[in-house]
Design a protein around this ligand. Structure first.
Ligand code: FAD
Length: 495
C-alpha cells in the first residue's frame, strides 16, 4: 500500500502528544517540526510521481504488494543501487538528509539478524519480524532507528554504568512481552515517525544480557518521551525564500520509561552474542546509504560554490575550476563506492541482499573526511558575505531597500534579485544552523570515524597485501592470487 502525504499527516497529527521542546509538551503539528515533515513529504510524493514511481517503489518480498522503496528489503544488487539513487534524488530535493534511510537500514538489519539468531538458537524471531513487516508494508509506515544509546561513561560497559538507563535495557520479562527503560539519543525524525525501531548500539558481553534488546513500538506509546531539538532556517516561513528554506530536521532523546513492548514486536531479547552483529548490520547498511545522500550534499555544496563564483564573476579563474573539481571527486567517488558495495554484496540467509562491508566503509570514511573540506571550499570561493549579509527584510522593505539592490550586485550580468538569492542560498547552505548539522552529521552519522577504521581493520585483507609485497620483494617465490579469484561480482540467474 502507498500512503499519500496527506494520509501520513492525518495519522501523525492524531498521535499522543509525547514531544517536548524547550520544556513544553507540544503536538506533532508544532510549526517547529514542520520543516522535517516537509522532508518526509518528498518521500511520499516520489512514490506517487509517475516519473519516479519505478525508482521510489518496489514489490514487497513479504507480500508481493507495491510498497515504498524505503520499506523494501533489498533482494539483489539492483535493489541496493536503486536505494542509493533514490536517496540521492530525494536528498537533492530536500537540500540534504532525506531522513528515511535509518528506518530502511534498521528493518534490513533485523530481517538478517533475526534469521541468523533462529538458525543458531532455534528461536522464531524471523517469522515474528516478517509478520510485523506485513503490517509495516500494509500501512506504508515510516520508522526511525533508535540505535545510539546515551552511553554514560564511555570507558564502561552497559552493565557497569552507574545509571542503567545509559543504555536501553530490559527491566522485566513477561509472558506477553517485555518492559524496557533507558535513553537513546540523537535520533533523527523520531517526532514525525510512525514507529521507533530500537536496536543495540555495540558488542555486548554475557553480563550485558539485559541490554541485548531490539523491538519496534509506535512513536507515541505510553511511557515514551521524545525530547526534541528541531533545526530550521530563519526564512522558513518567508514565501519569497527558495525551497531550501522549507526543509529542516529534528533529533530526539528518546526516553523509554518502563515502556511495555508486546511480544509480537520484540525481535531480540537477551541474545547478547548477537548484539555486535545486529549493531554492525545497521551501521554497515547505513554507511551504504551515505553513498547516496553524501553525494547529494556535495552536489548542493558544489552548486552553491559554482553560483557564488558566478556572482563574484570569478568562475573562469583557474583556482576556482580546481576547487570545483574537488566536489566532483568527493561526490562521485562516494557514489562509486556505493555501487561497488552493491555489486560485491552478498545474499544473506534471510534472502536480504547486503552491501559489501569494505566498500560501504571506505565510502563512508571518505565522505566523513571530506565534509569540512567541502564547506571550506565553499567558504573560500564565496568570501565573507555568508555570515555578514543583512536579513531578508532589509532587502524587501524599508529605507535601505534601493541601496541594497545596488550593493548586492557584483556580476553585472546578474539581476539584484538573482544576486540576492544566490548569497542567501550560500548563507543557508554554508553558514546556518542546518550547515552545522550537516557538518557534524557528516562526521558522526552512521558511527564516528573510528568505527569505520575498526570495521576496516577487522574486515580488510592486510595479509593479502603483505603476500603481494613479499612476492615483489623476492621473499616468496609465488604470488597468492586467491583474493583476486574471490572478487566476483554477485550474479544470480534468478535476480
Ligand atoms: C546529526 C546526527 C544524526 C544522528 N541520527 C541518528 C539516528 O537517527 N539514529 C541513531 O541511532 N543514531 C543517530 N546518530 C548518532 C550517531 O550514530 C552517533 O553520534 C555516533 O555513533 C557517535 O556516538 P556519540 O555521538 O555518542 O559519540 P561518542 O561515542 O561519545 O564518540 C565521541 C568520541 O569518543 C570516542 N570514544 C567513544 N567511546 C570510546 C571508548 N570506549 N574508547 C575510546 N574512545 C571512545 C569516539 O571514538 C569518538 O572519537 C546521529 C548523530 C548525529 C550527529
Amino acid at each position: 500500500m502507498l500512503r499519500t502525504k496527506e494520509a501520513y499527516h492525518e495519522k501523525l497529527f492524531a498521535m499522543r502528544p509525547n514531544i517536548f521542546i524547550g520544556g513544553e509538551r507540544v503536538g506533532r503539528d508544532d510549526p517547529r517540526l514542520r520543516p522535517g515533515i516537509n522532508v518526509l513529504d518528498i518521500t511520499f510524493d516520489l512514490a506517487q510521481d509517475p516519473e519516479w514511481k519505478k525508482l521510489a517503489t518496489a514489490a514487497s518480498s513479504v507480500t508481493g504488494e507495491e510498497i515504498n522503496r524505503w520499506a523494501h528489503l533489498p533482494q539483489n544488487p539492483y535493489d541496493l543501487i536503486q536505494k542509493q539513487k533514490l536517496i540521492r534524488l530525494g536528498a537533492r530535493r530536500a537540500g540534504g538528509c532525506i531522513q528515511r534511510c535509518m528506518g530502511h537500514d534498521a528493518i534490513n538489519a533485523l530481517a538478517i539478524c533475526t534469521k541468523e539468531m533462529d538458525l543458531a538458537n532455534g528461536s522464531d524471531y524471523h517469522q515474528r519480524f516478517l509478520d510485523y513487516l506485513k503490517v509495516y508494508h500494509g500501512q506504508d509506515l515510516d520508522g526511525c532507528c533508535a540505535q545510539t544509546d546515551s552511553k554514560g561513561d564511555r570507558m564502561k560497559r552497559p552493565s557497569e554504568q552507574q545509571d542503567p538507563d545509559a543504555y536501553l535495557h530490559i527491566v522485566e520479562e513477561r509472558k506477553d512481552g517485555i518492559v524496557v527503560s533507558g535513553f537513546k539519543m540523537s535520533i533523527t525524525q523520531a517526532p514525525y515517525a510512525d514507529e521507533i525501531i530500537a536496536l543495540p548500539t555495540r558488542a555486548l558481553g554475557e553480563a550485558d544480557r539485559d541490554f541485548a534488546v531490539a523491538f519496534a513500538v509506535p512513536a507515541d506509546i505510553e511511557g515514551l518521551s521524545l525530547i526534541t531539538r528541531p533545526v530550521w532556517l530563519r526564512d522558513k516561513d518567508n514565501p519569497e525564500a527558495g525551497p531550501f528554506c522549507r526543509y529542516g530536521v529534528s533529533d530526539c532523546i528518546v526516553f523509554f520509561n518502563k515502556v511495555f513492548v508486546p511480544k509480537e514486536r520484540v525481535f531480540m531479547c537477551g541474545e547478547w552474542q548477537f548484539g555486535r552483529r545486529l549493531a554492525l548490520l545497521f551501521a554497515d547498511s547505513h554507511r551504504h546509504s551515505y553513498s547516496g545522500c553524501k553525494p547529494a550534499v556535495s552536489d548542493i555544496l558544489c552548486g552553491a560554490a559554482a553560483l557564488a563564483a558566478e556572482a563574484n564573476n570569478v568562475a573562469k579563474a583557474s583556482h576556482i575550476k580546481e576547487k570545483l573539481s574537488e566536489f566532483a571527486g568527493a561526490a562521485e567517488l562516494a557514489y562509486a563506492a556505493g555501487i561497488a558495495a552493491a555489486i560485491y554484496g552478498e545474499k544473506t540467509a534471510s534472502g536480504v541482499f547486503f552491501p559489501n562491508e569494505i566498500y560501504a566503509n571506505v565510502g563512508r570514511r571518505l565522505t566523513g573526511e571530506t565534509i569540512y573540506h567541502e564547506y571550506n571550499l565553499l567558504t573560500e570561493i564565496a568570501g565573507g558575505i555568508a555570515v555578514t549579509m543583512p536579513f531578508s527584510g532589509d532587502f524587501e522593505q524599508g529605507e535601505n531597500k534601493e541601496a541594497l539592490e545596488r550593493f548586492i550586485v557584483r556580476n553585472p550580468n546578474l539581476s539584484p534579485e538573482a544576486s540576492r538569492k544566490i548569497w542567501q542560498f550560500v548563507e543557508n547552505v554554508g553558514a546556518s544552523s542546518m550547515a552545522s548539522w550537516y557538518k557534524i552529521a557528516g562526521v558522526h552519522g552512521g558511527g564516528s570515524p573510528i568505527m569505520e577504521t575498526i570495521a576496516l581493520n577487522i574486515g580488510y585483507d592486510f595479509e593479502d597485501k603483505k603476500s603481494v609485497a613479499r612476492y615483489l620483494a623476492g621473499i616468496s617465490e609465488s604470488l597468492d592470487d586467491s583474493r583476486m579469484r574471490d572478487m566476483e561480482p554477485y550474479a544470480s540467474e534468478n535476480d
